[in-house]
Design a protein around this ligand. Structure first.
Ligand code: PEP
Ligand code: MN
Length: 335
């Protein structure tokens, strides 16, 4: 990390020094500082030269492949602001809403109900990553307008998934946070585009992504200077068929030891079953998650996607009440 007063010339000299060693160095704007980042650590000799250099403020030798995401780079947990809420602070931030935006009435009814129950962020997909091309694909920009209307009425910030780089600008115009779904966690051009947007990002774990790969996906966005990345565990694919995916709750404490980025858990997509959402939400909070993502629909049986896992508004409200003592038991709160 360079000193505040470091100018372009001295930074480029540092890059030259590293390039001379065959290291690919790049710069990242990090608040009022410039980071000079190399994928591999320089030799002892170069490190000594950098240490003594007048422009170096802090030298981080990282043992992680995702350096900027690592606790070696930043030990204090990142706090990501979305609307008035902070993900990674004491409060468990709950993101709730339908799988897909279907109509204005559906979203408005859900938004009012989840707000009353204490949720912090409204979710709703308008670009849907469906396994079958014959399934409902989302209503696109009309859906973004509906989400914006729900935000205007309830004050809840909104998060929505974006599937392709060419739609990032459009989604960013309406949403407060952009979601990268499980299927796109290693879509590197999308990661870069969402990173560049500067918007808070909800980065879901891929169903076949290791924790290492997931952190490196986050690193793509951090390297664009976007520090607002939140990780979301949503289950991985295993041999088990009783649940839609297998919720890897141990990922939460593993990540808490390795990264400063906040971690939330999505028991809806992880289990695919309404009866498992409450126990897995309780377990997620107990394991140290900073938040939850829960699908809520006014009429789940009629939902155009994920009908078997969405809670009714009154079930969601009951769950939020039940979670309060669990949150308190680990020094946190639900609202
Ligand atoms: C979603 O949250 O709408 C979604 C599609 O989830 P995932 O990417 O985790 O499958
Ligand atoms: Mn869904």
């Amino acid at each position: 990390m360079t000193k505040r007063e470091a100018d372009a010339d001295t930074v480029s000299k540092t890059i030259d020094l590293l390039s001379g060693q065959g290291l690919k160095a790049r710069t990242v704007q990090w608040n009022d500082r410039i980071l000079v980042v190399t994928g591999k650590n320089p030799s002892r000799d170069i490190l000594d030269q950098l240490q003594k250099s007048a422009i170096t403020d802090r030298l981080v030798i990282s043992h992680e492949s995702a350096q900027l995401a690592s606790k070696e780079f930043q030990n204090d947990g990142s706090i990501i602001r979305v609307g008035r809420d902070e993900i990674g602070a004491t409060k468990i931030v709950t993101i709730a809403g339908p799988c897909s935006v279907e109509s204005s009435e559906q979203v408005m009814e859900t938004a009012r109900a989840i707000k009353k129950a204490g949720a912090s962020i409204l979710r709703g997909g308008v670009f849907k990553p469906r396994t079958s091309p014959y399934d409902f694909q989302g209503i696109g920009e009309t859906g973004l307008q509906i989400l914006a209307k729900a935000r205007a009425e309830t004050g809840l910030p909104v998060v929505t998934e974006v599937l392709e780089p060419s739609k990032v600008e459009l989604a960013a115009k309406y949403a407060d946070m952009l979601q990268i779904g499980a299927r796109n966690v290693q879509n590197f051009s999308l990661l870069r585009a969402v990173g560049k947007s500067g918007k808070p990002v909800l980065l879901k774990r891929g169903m076949m992504t290791t924790i290492d790969e997931w952190l490196q996906a986050a690193e793509y966005m951090l390297l664009e200077g976007n520090r607002n990345v939140v990780l979301c565990e949503r289950g991985i694919r295993t041999f088990e068929k009783a649940t839609r995916n297998t919720l890897d709750l141990s990922a939460v404490p593993v990540l808490k030891n390795r990264t400063h980025l906040p971690v939330i858990v999505d028991p809806s997509h992880a289990t695919g079953r309404t009866d498992l959402i409450a126990p897995m939400a309780r377990a997620a909070i107990a394991a140290g998650a900073d938040g939850l993502m829960i699908e809520v629909h006014p009429n789940p049986e009629k939902a155009l996607s994920d009908s078997s896992q969405q809670l009714k508004p009154q079930e969601f409200a009951k769950l939020m009440e039940e979670l309060e003592p669990v949150a308190r038991s680990v020094g946190r709160s639900m609202c």
